[in-house]
Design a protein around this ligand. Structure first.
Ligand code: ADP
Length: 516
């Protein structure tokens, strides 16, 4: 059994892994850059080691150094989280070569799923449906035109080494193909040092539906249902849910079987995710496999009643999976990624110090966060601050619960996506489940038009913070909250000076506005 884990990550996922370790009686060792010295994942871990300056290239991406630190603290395993080094084959191999347990799939499985064309070839060999297209790099524009004609326009040119939507071009007619090929190749070369580009049929208006897979080292591999991740902006997911309104038990079974077949073909062990496009006719196509824990794993945990991160550790320790058939999801879970981005300003990253934080709670609410009051949100890392996740018996109840939880949430100090998420939850299309991967982008103008002006939102957040401070003050002094007002920071329960009660009423009006 693993006894001590080095967590090669930061933020909410590092804290999530710390919690899983502690519940299993495993010691958790955090690492931190200069920017994260005060971070919650550092404080909550059993030990923490400073690894360098803020830029990830000088801290969280220094694989050799991380392995040296793991050895030095006597860790017997490394958990990479997501992002950073989690899908680097060389790092998985180096961890193993250092005599440590890698809490993830074998390096060979990472490599097998590492390039889009390799993953497609593997999926085809496993009988898993892929988007119609090729697996060989295009030689020139003439070959591109001939191939596109074979599959029919529109087509998508894709970089074999691609990621994050880079090196991808939609081509709607033959006259565009030469230019699109040249620019996709150029972008791929710059981003990945590899200009291989291939052709896929462009699927119009599909949903992004992914299947969670869990495989142990004894040959058991099961699918744990789907996650619907169609609410995306620039290929970044913003809202995820489980199950999907578009997936019937019969389709779930077929997609699960297809994902398990692909995972088995790759010799997969541990937690992984097969991403699929699901078209309007119920056809699904394998896109790629993410060989790590996903950001959106909590929605699966809630509807399946399973702790995926704990199972990552247990599988890495050699344990067998307790089931041989896929469980059916129970209830409905939704996750909103709360980011420090300003939707009203082109989703520009917002920086600052968290001055006030009020976290939602109550039935069915889960907060996987990496921030607290005083946290400094900078530009060195991903803008995702936390994930707000809710669980309820039905989708309708889950949406109502998410709205309630978003209204309770107060983050003061940086702009966030909180209010934007409220708009999504209130949207008629979203509520009806009428979404695909293009929906959010096409709906942006409408959603953004409903956004209150920035000044009002800031004032409203401050109002919420002041009201919360007042309530805390009155609790300490025994004055009923909502009764005679006390001045914030002036908590002896003395009656407020004349005029202050009126200000509280004004603040309460602002707070109501904030709550939508
Ligand atoms: P990356 O690894 O660069 O993110 P993916 O292959 O995952 O690339 O594709 C990114 C996104 O582009 C997908 O989530 C989907 O929204 C869209 N996409 C990918 N392939 C197709 C396709 N063949 N047809 C339509 N949309 C696609």
């Amino acid at each position: 059994m693993i006894r001590k884990v080095l967590i090669a990550n930061r933020g909410e996922i590092a804290l999530r892994i710390v919690r899983a370790c502690q519940e299993l009686g495993v010691r958790a060792v955090a690492v931190y850059s200069d920017a994260d010295a005060q971070a919650p994942h550092v404080r909550e871990a059993d030990e923490a080691v400073h690894i360098g300056p803020a830029p990830a290239s000088e801290s969280y991406l220094r694989g050799d150094h991380l392995i040296a630190v793991a050895k030095q603290v006597g860790a017997d395993a490394v958990h990479p989280g997501y992002g950073f080094l989690s899908e680097r084959e060389w790092f998985a191999r180096a961890v193993r070569d250092a005599g440590l347990v890698w809490i993830g799939p074998p390096a060979e499985a990472i490599a097998a799923m590492g390039s889009k064309t390799a993953a497609r070839t593997l999926a085809i060999s496993a009988g898993t449906p892929v988007v119609p297209g090729t697996t060989e790099p295009l030689r020139d524009a003439a070959e591109a035109a001939a191939t596109a004609a074979r599959f029919g326009y529109p087509v998508l040119l894709k970089a074999a080494a691609g990621g994050g939507g880079k090196g991808m071009r939609v081509v709607r007619e033959e006259s565009e193909i030469a230019g699109a090929l040249a620019s996709a190749q150029r972008e791929a070369k710059n981003a990945f040092g590899d200009d291989a580009v291939y052709v896929e049929k462009y699927i119009e208006g599909p949903r992004h539906v992914e299947i969670q897979v869990l495989a142990d080292a004894h040959g058991n591999c099961i699918a744990l249902g789907e996650r619907e991740c169609s609410i995306q902006r620039r290929h970044q997911k913003m809202v995820e849910e489980a199950p999907s309104v578009a997936v019937t038990p019969e389709l779930r079974q077929r997609m699960g079987d297809a994902a398990v077949a692909a995972a088995k073909a790759a010799g997969y062990v541990n937690a992984g995710t097969c991403e699929f496009l699901l078209d309007r006719h119920g056809n699904f196509y394998f896109l790629e496999m993410n060989t790590r824990i996903q950001v959106e794993h909590p929605v699966t945990e809630l509807v399946m009643g399973i702790d995926l991160v704990q199972w990552q550790l247990r599988i890495a320790s050699g344990e067998r999976l307790p089931f041989t058939t896929s469980p059916e999801p129970k209830g409905w879970a939704i996750e909103c990624r709360i980011t420090s981005e300003d939707p009203a300003n082109g989703f520009l990253p917002s920086t600052g110090r968290i001055a006030h934080l009020h976290l939602p709670s109550g039935p069915g609410v889960r907060w996987d966060g990496g921030i607290e009051v005083g946290s400094v949100v900078g530009l060195s890392y991903d803008p995702m601050l936390a994930k707000l996740i809710v669980f309820a018996p039905t989708r309708e109840a889950a949406i109502a619960r998410m709205e309630r939880a978003l209204k309770e949430l107060v983050i003061d100090g940086v702009e966030t996506s909180r209010e934007f998420h409220l708009r999504v939850m209130a949207d008629a299309d979203y509520r009806a489940g009428r979404v695909d991967i293009q929906w959010l982008e096409s709906r942006l103008p409408t959603l953004l038009a409903q956004q209150a002006p920035r000044e009002t939102r800031q004032a409203a957040a401050i109002a919420a913070a002041l009201l919360a401070d007042r309530d805390r003050g009155s609790r300490r002094t025994g004055t009923p909250s909502g009764g005679s007002a006390t001045v914030p920071g002036h908590t002896n329960g003395a009656p407020a000076p004349a005029g202050v009660a009126g200000s509280w009423a004004q603040l309460a009006r602002l707070e109501n506005l904030r709550r939508g």
